[in-house]
Design a protein around this ligand. Sequence first.
Ligand code: SF4
Length: 324
Amino acid sequence: MEETDRLLDTIRRRGAKTVGLQFPVGLRPRAVALAGDLEARGGVTCLIAADPSFGACDVAEMPVDLIVHLAHAPMPHLRYRNVYFYDLPTPVPESLSFLDAALALLPKRVGLITTTQHREWVPRIVEYLRGKGVEGVVSEPDRRVAYAAQVLGCDYFTATNVADRVDGYLYVGTGDFHPLGVAIICKDKPVVIADPSTGEARTLDAVKDRVLRQRWGAIVRAQDAHMFGILVSKKIGQDRGSLAADLKAKLEASGRSARLFFMDLVAPELLEGYGVDAWVSTACPRIAIEDYLRYKEPMLTPQELEIVLGERKWEDYVFDEIRA
Ligand code: SF4
């Protein structure tokens, strides 16, 4: 059964009359057609969430009978109400020869990591690697990720869980952020990206050096800050309110001031005008790392604030994760 047929079946069984649709930015071109299809075949009225959707941590609150969240796997530890996760895994390609470009860069035992889109490729990739003399080690998921080998930008359990059984990692997917997290967390092990869309393979050494230099710069700039703003997310899977309260208490104990800011979307223009000298994000870890250059004031992760406060050494730098 096609995924839309499965969804229509759920709509009928639940007697839903109104349906909210939440799309990641990259899938926006499908929004108008899917809403039209559901309205025509399901007899429902659709509301398309026009706010950006970043992950299963971020399910919209909408005045509808059923929310349809596309292309992210549900986080097992969260309790979603009236949410249908519309699954869109990428079919396994006939040939995995794009992996060949990575072979020369790989050690003999690698932890295999990927995103939810490619999760169905994992058994075939392990088999393919074995045929090339490389052992692919796959970790079961934890409470925040749904599938074996799946990593999120905020949860690297499937990488760290096999760290003592591998000499490096192979990330199958696009983009740098997920493998960058692994490269920083699993410090001494090489991380190789095999990108199925380009057929290219690369290591992350230069990116990792650049990002760590930026993080050091942010930490140094925050040393002189007096007023800190601590971001607390409204999103269901990014809520770290008690960590934020702990950080506020630590800042105040060190003689600095801190205020808590509660928000949904975090964006530079929304943080202007408060007179804050430095920010600490307890929301999505990507905000501090990826969007760093968009903010006037330094934007830190909780662990980076520990370095500012002298509680952690730079040598013990760790990547921020939201572990359930
Ligand atoms: S918290 Fe950030 S990295 Fe984690 S799932 Fe949500 S958007 Fe992705």
